[in-house]
Write a protein that binds this ligand. Structure first.
Ligand code: HEC
Length: 127
């Protein structure tokens, strides 16, 4: 009897461990607060030209936590990238494409200035 109880104990410990290990998703994603997720869903650049570009290109991925893209309003994720490559490096990543982000981020008529403004908008902390 004691053995059985111990056995159950071990199995439930493994189950709890597996839940935390497999169930919690990527570290970046689990660090997002509800406010950040809501902001990512709703935020739009105030400038109408930027808003139009954002809506037809960047928004699809940069508001989707499954896409592995740094989310709009998740300033910490953007700051890490900014520290590693600087604004020019980030603009180059968009132009050349990065992993699943297509070259030009789906905005073929965008220039460096557009990308810079879109990055600044997305990198601003959710509020
Ligand atoms: C099809 C999905 C998709 C679209 C559309 C998209 N992105 Fe991305 N973007 C990603 C993903 C995924 C990453 C993370 C890539 C990685 O580091 O693995 C990313 C990363 C970035 C980065 C960080 C690059 C770096 O060097 O770390 C910038 C800047 C960026 N995107 C800007 C934009 C802008 C601006 C637009 C719109 C003009 C845009 N993206 C459109 C998916 C997308």
């Amino acid at each position: 009897m004691k053995k059985i109880i111990l056995g159950f104990g071990a199995i439930s410990l493994i189950a709890v461990g597996a839940y935390f290990f497999f169930g919690s998703g990527g570290a970046t994603v689990s660090a997002l607060s509800d406010l950040q997720l809501r902001y990512a869903e709703n935020a739009t650049p105030s400038d109408p030209t930027q808003a139009e570009i954002y809506d037809r290109s960047c928004r699809a991925c940069h508001t989707d936590k499954e896409s592995k893209a740094p989310l709009t309003g998740h300033s910490e994720a953007w700051q890490t990238r900014m520290n590693a490559r600087g604004m020019d490096g980030l603009i180059n990543s968009v132009k050349n494409g990065l992993e699943t982000m297509p070259a030009m981020g789906l905005c073929n008529d965008c220039g460096d200035d557009d990308f810079k403004r879109l990055i600044e908008f997305m990198a601003k902390e959710a509020s």
